[in-house]
Design a protein around this ligand. Sequence first.
Ligand SMILES: Cc1cc2nc3c(=O)[nH]c(=O)nc-3n(C[C@H](O)[C@H](O)[C@H](O)COP(=O)(O)OP(=O)(O)OC[C@H]3O[C@@H](n4cnc5c(N)ncnc54)[C@H](O)[C@@H]3O)c2cc1C
Length: 378
Amino acid sequence: MDFSLDETQTAVRDAARRLAREKLVPRAKELDRTGGFPEESLRELGALGLLGVAVPEPLGGAGAGAVAYAAALMEVAEACASTSVAMAVTNMVAEQIVRFGTDAQKERFVRPLVSGAAVAGAFALSEPHCGSDAAALRTTAVRRGDRFVLNGSKQWITSGDRAGVIIVWARTGGEGPRGISAFVVERGTPGLTAGRPEHKMGLRGSSTVPLVFEDCAVSAGQLLGEEGQGFKIAMSALDGGRIGIGAQAVGLIRACLGASRRYARERKAFGEPIAERQAIRWKLADMAVDLAAAELLTFRAARLKEEGRPFTREASMAKLFCSEASNRATSQAVQIHGGYGYVDEFPVERYFRDARVQTLYEGTSEIQRKVIAREILK
Ligand SMILES: Cc1cc2nc3c(=O)[nH]c(=O)nc-3n(C[C@H](O)[C@H](O)[C@H](O)COP(=O)(O)OP(=O)(O)OC[C@H]3O[C@@H](n4cnc5c(N)ncnc54)[C@H](O)[C@@H]3O)c2cc1C
């Protein structure tokens, strides 16, 4: 498989890199400290086409595909993991509407998403009682004439209080996956309220909220795909989303390797730079190997997706390996920095906190292993 980037992919990556280095790096520490929301950064990403990297150009996207998307997300995550999460979910939501939506839905929802006018997209699947077992969701959508009325609660919704466009999964039929449908709901729809943002260990510049639906009526034209097709849409979104988590993890590992290499050369102990110690060199070497493997797994899954080939197993492999590797790398980066790794004078403590969630969301490591095993036993 050829992993070199073509001209378009390189241009997208370079645009993301410039924005990341010039704007996102300087904002990242403050965003984490204050727990704000990267609205301005999202607008700037939108202006460069980076909120719809794989969305076709006629709908306002960059039309550059999954590989360019992964390359851009790596750059953004290296600068600011919180911003990369909002970017990733927005791309995912836009792509699902492009794939499953009607022409009217594409016109109404995709343009505002990719331009940044909708601020962000959100993906409302998890509920207070179920995350891994998403097919057990209880939110209902009952048809009344030409409307569906939604009732229920969602939990852990990234950008849920800021997003202008939210895909919401609800039960329109009986129990199990076949009873689930997906709806595109706009912010401000009567009956939809967002709860208090969670106080998180990391990703503090990303808003994570519960959503409550109380007799929230949407038009039948906001049903995404067919009735009963919702679970399939969610799983297809998560396959792509897992490439996004792989890319985020790559960004964090790169950031750790860069910070650790610099620090190891500068910091002296026992009369010489700690980079001279085998114990430190081996940590750097392990980090570099993890980074190379993480990049290859992520780009492999992205390339398969772009070529329209099956990629469920490869996306789960990338997500599993990269998220575990980013936890190893961020922990070792703190170790290399000694006491300075534990305070916010250096960014590695933030990387450590930001990486932790990667083995949890968009399917835990246990769920990725379940998916990979299922695929290889088919
Ligand atoms: C910061 C953050 C942002 C998030 N953003 C979103 C979002 O935007 N939209 C959204 O819908 N959700 C979101 N989530 C939810 C996230 O996807 C879930 O937390 C995740 O899927 C795990 O579900 P759970 O928390 O219910 O854990 P559970 O499913 O209760 O799992 C608990 C433990 O049991 C293990 N387990 C469960 N089932 C099995 C099994 N069959 N085999 C082996 N082990 C198993 C899990 O791996 C885990 O270790 C977010 C979560 C966080 C923390």
